[in-house]
Write a protein that binds this ligand. Structure first.
Ligand code: COA
Length: 186
């Protein structure tokens, strides 16, 4: 059956699946900002956040399935989405994405399913969605120590800037460090 991608469903199961996966995949950031003891609260809050979103949220949020089981989540942001919250993961773009640009807000795959091409399929889905909306470029941020950069480079992204993360933002998402801004023309 392989890898398939569908929209996030407005069901308790999907909402919880996405919440659990996000917290687990970005565990370090959550632990840093709210401590380990509060991870179950983060899952509950994120799950409730997913349930509360209007339907167009699910036009930008996707689930990857591997052999019929959900294993990955992708969240996109487009120009005009400035009022849209991204549950603490829209950490670098608090406002709208630039005009004609698709911002990959978050992508994650269950650690038991990594390295099997699921992330690649999700990145291809991101581009397909962006093209449908007449976007001319893809953009994302990745911390400089995250090997996910290799995946993005293979998909044709290149580093266009390196920024240090410090101050309030740094405290929220992890110890001070740096991020690459990566971009790909469509
Ligand atoms: C990044 C991620 C979505 C890739 O999904 P995937 O299904 O493993 O991706 P693919 O099998 O298509 O491609 C493999 C590539 O994924 C990336 N990857 C694999 N495991 C990873 C991990 N534990 N952490 C970060 N990136 C990883 C690497 O770039 C790898 O290529 P490499 O082996 O040459 O380094 C997934 O690893 C993940 O959820 N990581 C944790 C969350 C995260 O860091 N998300 C990106 C934030 S910018």
């Amino acid at each position: 059956m392989g890898v398939t991608v569908r929209k996030l469903r407005n069901t308790p199961e999907d909402s919880e699946f996405a919440a659990k996966l996000l917290v687990e995949a970005f565990r370090g950031k959550f632990v840093h900002s709210i401590t380990e003891a509060k991870l179950p609260i983060a899952v509950r809050n994120l799950s409730a956040f997913h349930v509360a979103q209007a339907d167009d949220f699910r036009d930008r949020t996707f689930v990857a399935e591997l052999d019929g089981s959900p294993v990955g989540v992708l969240g996109l942001k487009f120009h005009g989405d400035e009022d849209r919250e991204y549950a603490c993961l829209g950490m670098f773009t608090t406002g709208s994405a630039q005009r004609h640009t698709c911002y990959v807000d978050h992508i994650c795959v269950d650690d038991r399913a990594r390295g099997k091409g699921v992330g690649k399929v999700l990145m291809e889905k991101a581009e397909a969605e962006a093209r449908c909306r007449q976007c001319k470029a893809m953009t994302l941020y990745v911390t400089t120590d995250n090997r996910a950069r290799h995946l993005y480079e293979r998909q044709g992204y290149s580093v266009i800037a390196t920024e240090s993360v410090c101050g309030c933002l740094g405290c929220c998402i992890g110890p001070p460090g740096s991020v690459y801004e990566m971009s790909k023309p469509l």
